[in-house]
Design a protein. Structure first.
Length: 514
């Protein structure tokens, strides 16, 4: 029995655990979704666990509704956490604002080491120093040189510090960056690189309200939650040295790190921004987001008509190439194939056309019934029976990029055309057309089994009897039914529109072109 326990513990210790740790400062950007997806794919590929942790220690940047948005977005994408604030888990709570007692314990611990000190400088004092430096063309950094002259427990005497503490002077805890050490850092995607500690500053670990900053809370939680791999955006790469040193200070083993490159603008230069979305007409967020302060709505992929499968497939390939350059992969297939070693070092260019291509592909993979359900769940005014709608879906899906295209490109199935395209009219209608279509509509009225095959046969016979080419009948007929020379096969349209309505539309056109 003992043996078994040991074995389990060993396995447990080696378990892959990956977290996605967004700050609720706004809606999840495309880059955030990709980080969450890669976190998830890696964890699941390794039979591990995927954790959602909300990093909300920065109350000044907190945005109402952002946490719910993040959870809803992940759910829509199918990126389901094993542990999260809502779901709980053995390392709960998963919201940093609820973990204050844990951080307090470790604040005490780090202050006992030589890796941290307290500093009393006020924001105003630091601003004044910064301004002085700027005036001389320098940049101020609270670091291993300047700290010896500032208002902190390194520069001040023990008595001075005690006095300030007795007077309840607010203070922060800062990291004491070691002097002139070269750190060998390892990143799974980028390989090895070195950083000299003299280039790093003494970051604040705990603010004067006792709340830890991102850096400190992040490494405490990663350790507490037994995170084995940190996969996150490259904007955190400059913090890696500090994080590694924090693990060292706490006497903990650091997880492995992988930093993901940026998602670039469509033209390939610079980070994809929210403004690019507005500029080029594509969403940069998974779901619509209404800013709680301004009321501004940012567009989401879901509301634009993207299928979640298409969306995550598109996002996954922004920076990762599966084997054989396969492009269409389900979440399960991606999970099986995912490999951090195949994640690109270079930034990935976003393409709206590619995003649309993915959606088009996934629409084709859906059954007519599934697409019908999607349409019925939308706010489109679908005035046909399910049976007819299913036929519309069948005829129109091939051309559709979004589900609504089925309706919009097939409007003529729902209502008679209110006008006729000018160019098409010139091409399709001449002096003989009215007589020809009048006769044809009589024939149409006599067809008993009103199926597209029968209609097609009758069209052929009619043209042959009249000694005219098919186009002479087919084109004006299409114009009468659709209003332009577009759409699926005419007999299919006639069948679906129905006998009476087709004849009515033919008569409308005849009257119009009199
Ligand atoms: N809270 C950080 C963010 O929102 C997490 C960074 C990390 O994964 O370490 O980007």
């Amino acid at each position: 029995m003992k043996c078994l326990n040991l074995h389990l513990n060993f396995k447990e210790m080696n378990k892959v655990r990956v977290r996605f740790a967004p700050s609720p400062t706004g809606p999840l950007h495309l880059g955030g979704v990709r980080t969450a997806l890669y976190d998830y794919l890696f964890a699941k590929n390794q039979d591990g666990e995927f954790v959602l942790r909300i990093e909300d220690t920065d109350t000044a940047r907190y945005v109402e509704g952002a946490e719910d948005y993040i959870e809803e977005a992940l759910e829509w994408c199918g990126i389901i956490p094993d542990e999260s604030p809502k779901k709980g888990g053995k390392f709960a709570p998963y919201r940093q604002s609820e973990r204050r007692d844990i951080y307090d314990r470790y604040t005490e611990q780090i202050l006992k080491t030589d890796y941290a000190y307290i500093a009393f400088d006020t924001a105003e004092e630091l601003d004044a120093i910064r301004a002085e430096y700027e005036a001389k063309g320098d940049v101020f950094s609270y670091n291993n040189i300047s700290r010896n002259r500032l208002k902190n427990s390194i520069a001040l005497s023990e008595e001075e510090v005690q006095k300030l503490l007795d007077e309840k002077t607010p203070y922060v805890v800062r990291f004491k960056m070691p002097v002139d050490r070269t750190l060998g850092l390892v990143d799974i995607i980028r390989g090895n690189f070195a950083v000299n500690t003299n280039t790093l500053d003494d970051k604040v670990l705990v603010k004067n309200d006792g709340m830890p900053t991102y850096h400190f809370a992040n490494i405490i939680d990663d350790n507490e939650m037994e995170i084995s791999h940190v996969i996150r955006g490259e904007e955190w790469l400059p913090s890696l040295g500090l994080h590694i040193l924090l693990y060292e200070a706490m006497g903990w083993e650091a997880p492995q790190f992988a930093h993901l490159s940026l998602i670039l603008k469509p033209e390939g230069k610079g980070k994809l921004s929210k403004r690019d979305g507005d500029k080029f007409g594509f969403p940069v967020f998974p779901l619509n987001f209404t800013d709680p302060v301004t009321g501004n709505i940012s567009k989401g992929y879901r509301e634009e008509g993207y299928l979640p499968e298409a969306f995550i497939n598109m996002v996954a390939l922004l920076g990762w190439s599966p084997a054989d350059d396969k492009e269409i992969l389900s979440l399960d297939e991606m999970t099986k194939e995912f490999d951090l070693n195949k994640v690109h070092k270079a930034g990935a260019r976003f393409s709206k056309e590619k995003a649309e291509w993915f959606n088009h592909q996934y629409i084709q993979l859906k059954s007519d019934e599934e697409l019908l359900q999607i349409l019925k769940n939308s706010d489109l005014n679908l005035t046909l029976s399910d049976e007819k709608l299913l036929k519309v879906v069948h005829l129109m899906k091939e051309r559709a990029t979004f589900p609504k295209d089925i309706y919009e490109n097939g409007k003529f199935f729902f209502e008679a055309p209110s006008s006729y395209d000018e160019k098409a009219s010139k091409k399709a209608w001449n002096d003989e057309t009215s007589n020809l279509l009048t006769e044809f509509s009589v024939m149409l009225s006599e067809i008993e089994a009103f199926t597209s095959e029968n209609i097609k046969q009758n069209l052929h016979d009619f043209a042959e009897n009249k000694g005219v080419g098919m186009g002479k009948v087919m084109m004006p007929l299409r114009l009468a039914l659709v209003g332009e020379l577009k759409g699926p096969d005419v007999p299919d349209i006639v069948e679906l529109v129905g006998k009476e309505e087709s004849i009515a539309r033919i008569n409308n056109a005849i009257n119009n072109f009199k």
